[in-house]
Ligand binder design. Structure first.
Ligand code: COA
Ligand code: MG
Length: 290
């Protein structure tokens, strides 16, 4: 399994200053835990949160979950100290905010020069300036530790002065452009958070929209969002049944050497066979067999 193939259906943020939330995260079924030093932490708690995040990673206990630390930007008074401190923490990934250009990625990558080779660089896509730079930012994955994008829809709404409604209409082009740039460069991509953590119907609709758009998973703010998110981003029974049917149809002698065949009354091409195989592989990885 490569880094970009890992199941990342659910990625739970928590303020690294909240010891209770860190303890709880070790028991929750999220695929990824993001210890936040940035937006969720008040200025006078920044140093304490930084120390707590590093201690939590070094203490471990997160099992198979990937653990990321989200740092403050290098353009803030905490960013340089955050990066220097977390580089050697052994976290699976360092998530950096408000990336505008490929030069920003290069800068963060250089700051992580002393980090273990396995430490990935993840980037928030959440600024208006990044919109014209998405392909170039994603292409920098070839020469840096960059391996994953996280949509930051709250910051995007603030910058655009757009309204973040459940339908997310103003952001849809941004979401699909980010997914396309990520996919073109082998970068994984997670959807933004749903602030409505008490209304799981709203959450489910939004997570379903993220799946439709091609995201690998969704970032979350509350434990109640994890179970529905894992369910929505796991291949469903119907999808797996379709995949098995397509895979076996292409192995029939009468279909040997064909590029397009009929399966359940629908045109089915070799590209669908590839999609079907990918779905089966994803399901196996989620089940821990791949
Ligand atoms: N991670 C881990 N545990 C969490 C959690 C999280 N993100 N959010 C809540 N919990 C825990 C609480 O500590 C509480 O634990 P307990 O039952 O052992 O006491 C339990 O889940 C229920 O919490 P609840 O009372 O429903 O929520 P709250 O009012 O305490 O907190 C928020 C609401 C939004 C403040 C909180 O969920 C949170 O801080 N979320 C993350 C915010 C964040 O990181 N934002 C940055 C990225 S957008
Ligand atoms: Mg933000």
């Amino acid at each position: 399994m490569t880094q970009t193939d890992r199941p990342r259906r659910s990625a739970l943020y928590l303020p690294a200053s909240n010891a209770k939330a860190i303890a709880k995260a070790r028991t929750l079924p999220a695929d990824v835990v993001i210890l936040d030093l940035e937006d969720a932490v008040a200025p006078d708690m920044k140093a304490e949160a930084r120390a707590a995040a590093i201690a939590a990673v070094q203490e471990g206990g997160f099992g198979d979950r990937e653990v990321a630390i989200r740092v403050n930007g290098l353009d803030t008074s905490w960013g340089a100290a955050d990066l220097a401190a977390v580089a050697a923490s052994g976290a699976d990934a360092i998530l950096v905010p408000k990336v505008n250009t490929p030069e920003d990625i290069a800068l963060y990558n250089a700051e992580l020069g002393a980090a273990p080779a396995s430490t990935q660089l993840w980037a928030m896509i959440e600024t208006c300036a990044s919109v014209g730079q998405l392909p170039a930012i994603a292409a920098s994955a070839a020469t840096t530790r960059l391996s994953l994008f996280v949509m930051g829809t709250n910051d995007l709404a603030k910058e655009m002065r757009a309204r973040l409604t459940p339908e997310r209409t103003p952001f849809l082009p941004f979401l699909s452009m980010t997914v396309a740039a990520a996919r073109a460069n082998g970068v994984a991509v997670l959807d933004g958070v749903c602030n409505e953590f008490r209304d799981l119907a709203v959450f489910r609709a939004e997570a379903g929209q993220g799946l439709l758009f091609g995201f690998d998973g969704k970032t979350l703010i509350h434990p109640d969002q994890i179970a529905p998110c894992n369910e929505i981003f796991s291949p469903g029974e119907d999808e797996l049944r379709w995949a098995e049917t397509v895979i076996s149809a292409f192995t029939l002698p009468e279909n040997a050497g064909k590029g397009a065949i009929k399966v359940d009354g629908k045109m089915t091409e070799l590209l669908h066979l590839e999609q079907a195989k990918r779905l089966v592989a994803v399901a196996k990885r989620i089940a821990g067999q791949g």
